[in-house]
Design a protein around this ligand. Structure first.
Ligand code: DGL
Length: 280
């Protein structure tokens, strides 16, 4: 059983880790389109085309039995198109609005995501469908995924800076206040301790990674009868679309996740202009 976990960067590690823990026999391949990072800033049509094309190359390279799109910004845009294009099963990561609506007692919750994810029709439909009786704030946070990437490289994140970035997610109104914050970008759970520390009051931060891993295990169990298992290598593969530079802290983190280093670089995906200029 080969499982490909995909994200724009290293945020998908928040999903990769519970998948690895739940399916120790599976061969895992992690792929990051770091040449395209951050996805939150891209024009939708350009980003969709890039992900669909890149997925063809990754499927060819990794020959996965299951693909996990460990990225809300990608899943809310192209999950359906990927499923229509390739025969392999895709498991997506979309904002856990249904979970928040079920658990919020104050009926006030916020969704922290990239500017791309909050702008998606898909996300707005989730709110309309699952949380019609809640006050839901969709907050596109510029630069937060980048901070999570920096954290992985050993950079300390200032509490005040983070507090300012997430402050708009915390509202008070007529006797109630925000009690739940959905982490709708896979990078954000990598900053869970920092986020809890920067919150103006305690809230339930929802990280959907464990639920996604359960879903992967379910799909794996359903197809395992038909899939020949290869011998599992000692280490997992990691593929990037551009170099990651030398960084000891990051190398140690990647080793701790069980990856063989140096990472493999998939050539041909570095663009002249990484995004359309929307800041964040
Ligand atoms: N990890 C991605 C997500 O879940 C987003 C990061 C980015 O902007 O590329 O949405």
């Amino acid at each position: 059983m080969r499982i490909l976990v995909f994200d724009s960067g290293l945020g998908g590690l928040s999903v990769f880790a519970p998948v690895r823990a739940l399916l120790p026999q599976a061969q895992l391949i992690y792929a990051a389109d770091n040449a395209g990072f951050p996805y939150g800033r891209w024009r939708e049509d350009e980003l969709a085309g890039r992900i669909v094309d890149l997925m063809a190359a990754l499927i060819e390279e990794a020959k996965p039995d299951i693909v996990v799109i460990a990225c809300n910004t990608a899943s809310t845009l192209v999950l359906k198109r990927l499923r229509n294009t390739y025969p392999v099963p895709f498991i997506g990561t979309v904002p856990a609005i249904k979970v928040a609506a079920k658990s919020s007692r104050s009926r006030m919750f916020s969704v922290l995501a990239t500017p791309g994810t909050v702008a998606r029709v898909y996300t707005k439909e989730l709110v309309a469908r699952f949380a019609p009786d809640c006050r839901v704030k969709l907050l596109g946070v510029r630069g937060l995924a980048g901070l999570a990437e920096a954290r992985l490289r050993g950079v300390e994140i200032g509490r005040d800076h983070l507090a300012k970035l997430i402050a708009p997610a915390f509202d008070e109104a007529a006797g109630g206040r925000t009690d739940t914050v959905v982490l709708a970008c896979t990078h954000y759970p990598l900053l869970m301790a920092e986020l809890e520390n920067a919150a103006p009051w305690p809230v339930n931060f929802i990280d959907p990674a464990a639920a996604i891993a359960q879903q992967v295990a379910k799909v794996a169990a359903a197809i395992s009868r038909d899939v020949e298992g290869d011998a599992k290598p000692e280490e997992s593969r990691i593929i990037f679309t551009s170099g990651i530079g030398e960084n000891a802290a990051l190398a140690n983190k990647l080793k701790a996740h069980g990856f063989a280093l140096p990472p493999q670089i998939l050539p041909g995906w570095v663009r002249g202009r990484a995004h359309d200029g929307i800041s964040g």
